[in-house]
Design a protein around this ligand. Structure first.
Ligand SMILES: Nc1nc2c(ncn2[C@@H]2O[C@H](COP(=O)(O)OP(=O)(O)OP(=O)(O)O)[C@@H](O)[C@H]2O)c(=O)[nH]1
Ligand SMILES: [Mg+2]
Ligand SMILES: [Zn+2]
Length: 345
């Protein structure tokens, strides 16, 4: 965050958060999580920033694991966080690695920018994952295709993506060009929070810098040959833009594994759900059963094999992850993380 002072409204404070304060919460001050990094959080009250360390036996205990964009209530005297306010939205995924757990990505988001590039990183199945995530979380979403300046085929990429979700706006840009990123301005309303999500190297931080008119945040060249990024950004951070909107940049996502996303998946693949509803048997495997609506829809080209396969894959994955998380929650019931605090400035 910058050194400037902000009002709570400028940090994205809304009536729905205010409405959560009890009359005896007058000793509390709200603060927004502006950065998370390896066991640390930075929160801002608008006037000061505070570094919070997530510690095993720290002071204070929170009802939720906070993430960037969250609003916390802080004890005015001790500046210990006492509560994570109920979120308007939460983007979360299965944490990468062996351990079965959820990882909150960002909270209180109004619009998600799904960032992808006009190169070999572009992948319809992957974009569909982000669409499911956004639909499940109930946030607006926009597909932002970067690096249009490096190809003659930007319009081809756009055309392919147009079939993914009818009402999804698609913007092709050169993220390094201030003129080009102007086309995103309509989503930058004062106090509204926009999150940038996508693979490493697609240009999330570049976009942030261009919109901000600075080179403040570090960016990194992608690899020649396979267009893969080098995981340059390692923190999740929230920035106040010149327009008054708040922009969240996060590290590139290697694998967006979905959890408990059934409603989102069904909405993202509504033509497949409709075809399934035509199957004679409710547990139809769409392989050999008579009266299969899905096979019929495939034959008459109402649905595509790629979409069907991705839908079935995502459904199975969400089912498996939801079950595993529920089992783990049962085992871990009762345990809470502790927080200690230290003034940053
Ligand atoms: N020509 C061109 N280069 C771009 C564009 N967007 C990003 N780049 C370049 O792509 C590389 C990666 O950009 P970053 O902004 O670091 O990508 P990122 O998505 O933040 O990557 P991680 O932090 O690793 O997740 C940098 O060399 C940028 O200069 C674009 O629209 N056009
Ligand atoms: Mg980055
Ligand atoms: Zn069937």
């Amino acid at each position: 965050m910058n050194e400037k002072h902000y009002s709570l409204d400028e940090l994205g404070w809304k009536d729905c958060f205010k409405g959560q304060l009890d009359t005896d919460d007058t000793e509390m001050i709200p603060a927004r999580v502006t950065m998370t990094h390896k066991g640390h959080l930075v929160v801002s009250t608008g006037h000061s920033e505070l570094l919070l360390k997530i510690a095993g036996k720290g002071i204070g205990s929170l009802n939720e694991q906070p993430t960037v964009g969250d609003w916390l209530l802080m004890d005015r005297e001790t500046m210990v966080p006492v509560k994570v306010l109920e979120r308007t939205s939460l983007l979360q995924r299965m944490a990468p690695g062996q351990e079965v757990k959820l990882q909150p990505i960002a909270a209180n988001i109004d619009t998600l920018f799904i960032v992808s590039s006009c190169n070999t990183e572009f992948n319809l199945n992957r974009i569909e994952r982000y669409i499911c995530l956004a639909l499940e979380a109930g946030v607006n979403f926009v597909l932002v295709l970067t690096k249009e300046d490096l190809t003659e085929e930007a319009q081809e990429y756009r055309k392919q993506a147009e079939h993914l979700f009818e009402s999804m706006p698609i913007v092709t840009i050169n993220g390094k060009d201030p003129q080009s990123v102007q086309s995103l301005q309509k989503w930058f309303k004062p106090g509204e929070t926009v999150a940038l999500l996508g693979s490493s190297g697609v240009g999330k931080t570049t976009l942030l810098n261009t919109i901000n008119g600075t080179e403040k945040e570090k960016t990194g060249a992608i690899r020649h040959g396979d267009d893969k990024g080098r995981h340059t950004t390692t923190t999740r951070s929230l920035h106040v833009m010149p327009s008054g909107a708040l922009l969240i940049d996060v590290p590139g996502i290697r694998e967006l594994q979905l959890h408990d996303c059934h409603a989102g998946i069904d909405r993202a693949f509504s033509e497949i759900v409709e075809a399934e509803e035509m199957c004679r048997f409710s547990d139809c495997s769409h392989e050999r059963e008579p009266g299969c609506g899905v096979r019929e829809a495939l034959e008459s080209k109402i649905i595509t094999r790629r979409r069907l396969d991705n839908y079935l894959k995502l459904k199975e994955e969400a089912e498996k992850n939801t079950t595993e998380i529920a089992e783990r929650a049962k085992r871990k019931a009762g345990k809470k993380k502790k927080y200690s605090r230290k003034w940053k400035k």
